[in-house]
Write a protein that binds this ligand. Structure first.
Ligand SMILES: CCCCC[C@H]1O[C@@H](O)C[C@@H]1SC[C@H](NC(=O)CC[C@H](N)C(=O)O)C(=O)NCC(=O)O
Length: 221
């Protein structure tokens, strides 16, 4: 069977959570990195970007855009989306939260130094005061290994992704969250995720000036 193919820049941005979900599900995928305006404009001309935007994923004979739509499709396809609607809506609540937090980081990369510094400090503050306390309480209240239905789901994958991303900004961010520390160790040791965390995987590094320049030049902003 043909592997899913991801069309995006060679960086995290909005595509990184899709890479995480596929990797955690043990699904091999290919990537086409958009480096030039010509590449982007060809995708546009060929009508493969619904609203003219990336991420775009080709999977199961479809050409998908809209990050959350793609993530939901993958979560359902690989049985990482809860056993019923009540579990699914909790997974959606949790993943919308971690995606909001991670997009704050993605957007900050495009800000001038002083503003970027301020934005990233706000990310750490939001993580410590808004997001991580919620997940610590969820783990405490139900005393299970996973966030929803005591079964590994998309919510667990994305929370680990967000924890690691915030730790890159402040390594001590989990110091007041013992259950999240244990969660991080537990989920990082799931074989497919452990493999994705090894060097040489398709996981992307934090955004650097080259990534920002490429995105700016391709998207003319
Ligand atoms: C201030 C901008 C922040 C980020 C810019 C881009 O780099 C990534 O870090 C995030 C985005 S990705 C690139 C951007 N894509 C989106 O905004 C997709 C939004 C959509 N709702 C989704 O969830 O997939 C893009 O294609 N724009 C072209 C343009 O709208 O004409």
């Amino acid at each position: 069977a043909t592997k899913p193919k991801l069309f995006y820049f060679c960086g995290r941005g909005r595509m990184e959570s899709i890479r995480w979900l596929l990797a955690a599900a043990g699904v091999e995928f290919e990537e086409e990195f958009i480096e030039t305006t010509e590449q982007y404009e060809k995708l546009l001309k060929d009508g493969r970007l619904l609203f003219g935007q990336v991420p775009m994923v080709e999977i199961d004979g479809m050409v998908l855009t809209q990050t959350r739509a793609i993530l939901s499709y993958l979560a359902a396809k690989y049985d990482l989306y809860g056993k019923d609607l009540k579990e699914t809506v909790r997974i959606n609540m949790y993943t919308d939260g971690t995606l909001d937090l991670m997009l704050m980081i993605a957007v900050a990369a495009f800000k001038p130094p002083a503003e970027k510094e301020e934005s990233l400090a706000l990310v750490v503050k939001r993580a410590k005061t808004r997001y991580f306390p919620v997940f610590e309480k969820i783990l405490k209240d139900h005393g299970e290994d996973f966030l929803v239905g005591n079964k590994f789901s998309w919510a667990d994958i994305q929370l680990l992704e967000a924890i690691l991303m915030v730790e890159e900004l402040d390594a001590s961010v989990l110091s007041e969250f013992p259950l999240l520390k244990a969660f991080k160790t537990r989920i990082s040791n799931i074989p497919t995720i452990k493999k994705f965390l090894q060097p040489g995987s398709q996981r992307k590094p934090p955004p650097d000036s080259h990534y920002v320049e490429v995105v700016r030049s391709v998207l003319h902003f």
